[in-house]
Write a protein that binds this ligand. Structure first.
Ligand code: TXA
Ligand code: MG
Length: 353
């Protein structure tokens, strides 16, 4: 693969310097690739209307061609030309949650290149709220295709350093706008059926969606492993995702039992010469005996767990652990998204005690 000279540009996330935004927007207009922060995770952006530009995204990430991309906009009026039409459901969702961490699947219009949708007749659109993302998209004057800015299969990046670790030399520019707020990717909802379907849980919770829409189905792939023979509604669902190098095992059940079991398993693996990591919460961190106990956040503040999850998984890799025991998390609210990513990181390797 040809090595690109990746430019790293620091931009103030609160008040983006407009000259820098303009400079980065030019790279997008020239059909280059720019990684930028959003309120969820960092994205790797390119001109959504240019096939060659979009191809660079797939190439840099090593992303399978059958996994479609989300198109990002900076104003609601840009939606019209990307979709075949909007429904009442779409209007309700947009007015409740845009700009913000929600991706809406709609019937696509004819201007969307095939490479974006992986041949589907639907398109995923998101209007992010992060000021750098918004001003960059606006300045480019283009709809911007952007998957998470990680190497395919790795946890999504929540700081610029994660992007640098994965994509340096593979993209034209990386904007450093500090840590992202939500820490997990956007909620994805499909509105092309009579009853909308949640395809990926994220920053906007199922409770919030039902408050606005009434009935919303949850795709089975959100909570369960799908077998290899079923075709998922969201192609991204079938890939082992978010995986650190070490094997992850989730331990769930009665709290006291979970702690005892993790400590027992730690001893066992340690005696076999393995390097063990434990992913705890603040409330239980002091109760584990492994060499590397990393707390993912406070149970009293699930937002903190969402924000730290991917960073913590990457940290275990840096520490070079062979196995990670993860204490299960509460699945209410944002917990559904946290558990979905944790399940995938673990390849659904779950021990119930
Ligand atoms: O928060 C986010 O959504 C981030 C930031 C950068 O905006 N982006 C992101 O993109 O997570 P990506 O490509 O990593 O995940 C997009 C997901 C994939 O699971 C993909 O399969 C699904 O959305 N998707 C895209 N287009 C779709 C479509 N037309 N129908 C069903 N699923 C689709
Ligand atoms: Mg991704």
């Amino acid at each position: 693969m040809r090595v690109l000279k990746t430019e790293i540009l620091r931009i103030n996330p609160v008040q983006p310097e407009m000259d820098k935004i303009e400079y980065a927007a030019k790279v997008l207009r020239d059909n280059g690739t720019v990684a930028f922060p959003t309120e969820t995770v960092y994205g790797l952006g390119a001109n959504a209307l240019n096939e060659q530009a979009v191809h660079k995204i797939f190439h840099a990430k090593g992303r399978p061609a059958d996994n479609p991309l989300i198109i990002h906009i900076s104003d609601l009026i840009e939606l019209d030309k990307l979709v075949a039409g909007t429904t009442e459901t779409v209007q309700k969702l947009a007015s409740a949650f845009w700009p913000g961490p929600l991706t809406i699947i709609m019937k696509k219009s004819d201007i969307i290149p095939k490479i974006i949708t992986a041949g589907l007749d639907t398109v995923a659109v998101r209007f992010p709220s992060h000021s750098v993302a918004r001003s960059l998209i606006k300045a480019s004057g283009l709809p911007i295709a952007a998957p998470s800015a990680n190497s395919s299969g790795k946890p999504s990046p929540t700081i610029a350093q994660h992007v640098i670790d994965d994509l340096l030399g593979k993209v034209d520019m990386i904007i450093d706008g500090g840590p992202t707020e939500v820490g997990l990717e956007s909620t994805v909802i499909d509105t092309t059926d009579e009853i909308p379907v949640l395809l990926r849980p994220g920053g906007i919770t199922i409770e919030q969606l039902r408050n606005v829409l009434g009935e919303v189905h949850v795709d089975t792939a959100v909570t369960r492993e799908i077998d290899k023979s079923t075709i998922p509604r969201s192609p991204g669902m079938k890939y082992t995702h978010y995986a650190p190098n070490a094997q992850v095992i989730i331990i769930e059940g009665n709290r006291q039992k979970v702690i005892e079991t993790i400590n027992q398993m730690t001893e066992e693996k340690r005696s076999q010469g393995m390097k063990v990591g434990v992913m705890s919460v603040d409330e239980t961190a002091s109760l584990y005996h492994a060499h590397h106990v990393l707390s993912v956040g406070s149970e009293g503040n699930p937002q903190s767990i969402a924000a730290n999850l991917f960073h913590t998984l990457r940290k275990f890799d840096e520490l070079g652990v062979d196995i990670i025991y993860a204490q299960s998390v509460n699945e209410q609210g944002i917990g559904m998204a946290i558990r979905n990513r944790l399940n995938k990181a673990a390849g659904y390797n779950i021990v119930r005690v």
